[in-house]
Structure formats: structure tokens, C-alpha cells
Design a protein. Structure first.
Length: 264
């Protein structure tokens, strides 16, 4: 999501995360670093779940991937990638999942580590529905690119561990820096763990809560910018996001788009 200061929700997440991660950074970070480490659009604009076992599944060593920030879709030039950030959230994630299910669409969920640990049932629901996971750091610190490499490593690796544990062993397949605050170190580290750095082409600006109509209008006016769309299921009231997705997903199909996953 776009950088912005003064977000009370993220201040609370960061405060909680410090307690969770301080010990982990000292006791497990470097051990984790030494450890191990698509979907195709279906017919009529409906994406199918990956036909092969998840390459990030428990017990499989994650193969390194490209460190360049991904924007393209595995599904080709008419495919779009729906990406959902900042959850999981017990109120909004189930509603987003229902809208996706109703429209036969698969998405990529960029999860905050503390949220994943707090709601492992929702992480498992996301995986069971055929969606993909993305590491969105432990505490959603949008100043990641101004922090030390040790801090960046802790944020990425601890979130990877938290999401993997919450999912029951399915690792994230992507890494999205909060606010787009990527660095060469964070991209290389994520890629070495099998997590492709993930950008976006269209920010729906749903975080601003300007209204469902405004979110819909933003996406419709910018759809030519590229295939990866950014929405949120965490960080506050996401009712406008749910309503906008309910309107946009059928509209995207009417425009001839299918739905896929970002390239890896």
C-alpha cells in the first residue's frame, strides 16, 4: 500500500510486533536465514487453483526466484492480479473471501505477520480456497528502506515464519514491502527464500475510505496501467473495499479480463 504517516492501527501493530519479534531477532533470526530458503486463469474469466502442489509447501526447499519487483501476471496480457493487503482480519477477510468465491476469482493475500499469528484459522481459509500468500513483514513499517539490514531481515524472516506456521506449513510465495519501501537487500533476501518481490500497478486507494464509488472509479480509470491491483482487508473498516470488489470483479470480466497470480 502507499506510504502514509499517522496511522494509528499500524502504530498498535508495530508496538505489538516489537514484543513478538525482539526475542526472535536474537534467538532465531540467523538460524532461520541458514534454513531452507502457477496458477493459470480458468475459463470465462475464472481462475483455477494451481494444478501442481504449492512449491512453497512444508518440507520443500523454496527455490530462489528473481529479485526484480514483479508486476506482470502469469495469466498473460488480459489477466489481472487481485492483491489484498494488511490482513488477515476476522471481520473483513471472510467477507473478501466470500466475494472472491462468488466470482470464482483467486487472489494473493499479503499478510502482516502479527495478524497471521493472531488469526491462523483465517490464513488456513485463504490457503484452502486456492489463494496465494505474500509476506508483508511483521509490523508493516513503511520506513523499512531507512532501517538497518538486520532489521529488514528480522521483519521479513520473522513474518515468513509466522505466516508459514499459521498456514500449517505453506510458505509465502511473494514479498511486498510496506508502502513499496523495497531495498536491494530486502529484495535479494526475499528472492533467496523463494518470495518474489511484488509491486502493484493500480492502487485502488481504498485505504482512504473515500467511498465505494471512488474506489471503483479509480480502478476503472487506471486499469490500462497494468495488471496488479492493490486492495486491503486489514487496517480498519474495509466495508467499502468489499462493496467495490463486488462491483469490480464482474466488470473486469465484462471487459474481457481473466484473473491470475503475479509472475514468480
Amino acid at each position: 500500500m502507499v506510504r502514509s504517516g499517522g496511522r494509528g492501527w499500524y502504530g498498535k501493530v508495530l508496538a505489538a510486533a516489537l514484543g513478538v519479534t525482539a526475542v526472535a531477532a536474537l534467538t532465531s533470526l540467523w538460524g532461520t536465514q541458514l534454513g531452507a530458503g502457477g496458477g493459470r486463469p480458468g475459463q470465462s474469466g475464472v481462475s483455477a487453483a494451481p494444478s501442481e502442489p504449492n512449491p512453497q509447501a512444508q518440507g520443500r526447499k523454496a527455490a530462489p526466484v528473481a529479485a526484480e519487483i514483479a508486476h506482470a501476471s502469469e495469466g498473460g496480457p488480459r489477466s489481472v492480479n487481485i492483491t489484498i493487503d494488511d490482513g488477515p482480519d476476522p471481520v473483513w477477510t471472510p467477507q473478501v473471501l466470500q466475494v472472491l468465491r462468488d466470482n470464482g476469482v483467486k487472489a494473493t493475500f499479503c499478510m502482516v505477520g502479527t495478524q497471521a499469528s493472531a488469526h491462523p484459522d483465517l490464513v488456513k481459509d485463504v490457503v484452502a480456497a486456492g489463494h496465494r500468500l505474500c509476506d508483508h513483514t511483521v509490523s508493516h513499517d513503511v520506513t523499512m528502506d531507512r532501517q538497518s539490514e538486520a532489521y529488514q531481515s528480522q521483519q521479513i524472516l520473522d513474518a515468513e515464519r509466522m505466516i508459514t506456521e499459521a498456514s500449517g506449513g505453506v510458505r509465502p510465495m511473494y514479498y511486498r514491502a510496506p508502502g513499496g519501501a523495497f531495498t536491494p537487500h530486502s529484495r535479494d533476501l526475499a528472492a533467496s527464500r523463494g518470495m518474489r518481490p511484488l509491486g502493484w500497478n493500480i492502487d485502488s486507494k481504498d485505504f482512504e475510505r473515500a467511498g465505494t464509488a471512488a474506489i471503483v472509479a479509480t480502478v476503472k480509470s487506471e486499469i490500462s496501467n497494468g495488471p496488479t491491483l492493490l486492495f486491503h482487508d486489514g487496517g480498519g473498516d474495509r466495508s467499502q473495499t468489499v462493496a467495490a470488489l463486488r462491483e469490480l470483479l464482474p466488470w473486469l470480466k465484462e471487459q474481457g479480463h481473466t484473473f491470475g497470480f503475479p509472475v514468480r
